[in-house]
Design a protein around this ligand. Structure first.
Ligand SMILES: Nc1ncnc2c1ncn2[C@@H]1O[C@H](COP(=O)(O)OP(=O)(O)O)[C@@H](O)[C@H]1O
Length: 286
């Protein structure tokens, strides 16, 4: 799955980059749980109000289309992998998963991989000196630059977010999946991978279709209850720092629903984002 680019090409959208701080109302992150309807309504209202075409906005690259840059975060087994697949399938973004990059490094047998595994086995973050450049290099590859990217599992700390900013990578949207802890543990413990197709199963909720597939399923080395609890603890310790740095572009989504329902909300936000980019400049130019 590392850095997989979906075979489906991006929709033919012309994207325009606006350089301006978001308006005060659009700065507040909105959540689909709780006051979601109100927040979504507010985002819509703001995006269509005349304030978005105020003179402070400049067209920076009206003639060029600029691809989407999205980040996604969530606790272990919050459904990131599933949603990443659906997002890349529809929007043609390059999926860059920090965890997959690290697992590939481990598989390569390198010294960095060996060190990374030590931390991953304890449910701890892998040190920045290993992760940061790995992610930066992947983001800088031409497919990511051309198609846009979906960054999964990075940044996981304030220092990683600062490094990302320092390299000039500015995401358009930060998607945060929220799922209650007891459900997360149950999902992790039952999660299995088919090494032949790369498909993820859950022994209870999404069992393999055939005996043959069932027989070859593997479990991630850190998907035990004990390790999942450690990863969850690490996630909870770090998530707040990262969230505070992307407050203005964050959407929080209740992830304890069907994958189609969760995706429908992500899809609606991404469509909204594309629509804003497509409509604002023509208003500006008129
Ligand atoms: N951005 C990161 N910084 C440091 N370590 C990371 C990062 N992303 C992943 N890791 C390491 O890889 C492990 C697996 O990550 P991932 O595949 O995203 O699964 P999960 O989110 O379910 O823990 C993490 O527990 C952590 O040890």
């Amino acid at each position: 799955m590392t850095g997989c680019v979906n075979s489906i090409s991006p929709q033919p959208v012309t994207l325009l980059r606006l350089r301006a701080p978001p308006s005060p109302a659009s700065r507040s992150s909105f959540s689909f749980s709780g006051d979601s309807v109100h927040s979504l309504y507010r985002l819509r209202r703001v995006s269509r109000s005349p304030s978005i075409i105020a003179p402070k906005f400049q067209i920076v690259a009206a003639e060029k289309s600029e691809p989407l840059k999205i980040m996604i975060s969530g606790a272990p087994a919050s459904g990131k992998g599933t949603q990443c697949e659906l997002i890349t399938h529809k929007y043609g973004l390059v999926h860059i998963s920090a965890g997959d990059l690290l697992r590939a490094e481990i598989a390569s047998g390198s010294e960095n991989g060996r060190r990374a595994k030590e931390h991953m086995e304890k449910g701890q973050l892998v040190p920045d000196e290993i992760v940061v450049m790995m992610v930066k290099d992947r983001l800088s590859q031409s497919d990511s630059e051309q198609n846009g990217w979906l960054l999964d599992g990075y940044p996981r700390s304030a220092s990683q977010a600062t490094a990302l900013k320092g390299f000039g990578f500015q995401p358009d949207l930060f998607i945060v999946l929220e799922v209650p802890e007891d459900i997360l543990i149950e999902r992790v413990v039952g999660r299995r991978l088919d090494p032949v197709t790369g498909k993820i199963y859950h022994l209870k909720y999404s069992p393999p279709e055939t005996e043959e597939i069932a027989a070859r399923l593997t479990q991630r080395f850190d998907d035990t209850e004990e390790k999942a609890k450690l990863r969850l603890k690490t996630h909870n310790q770090n998530v707040r720092d990262v969230l505070s740095m992307y407050d203005d572009i964050t959407i929080k989504i209740e992830g304890n629903r069907s994958k189609q329902e969760v995706f429908a909300q992500i899809d609606s936000s991404l469509s909204e984002l594309l629509q804003q980019r497509n409509t604002a400049p023509s208003s500006l130019l008129s």
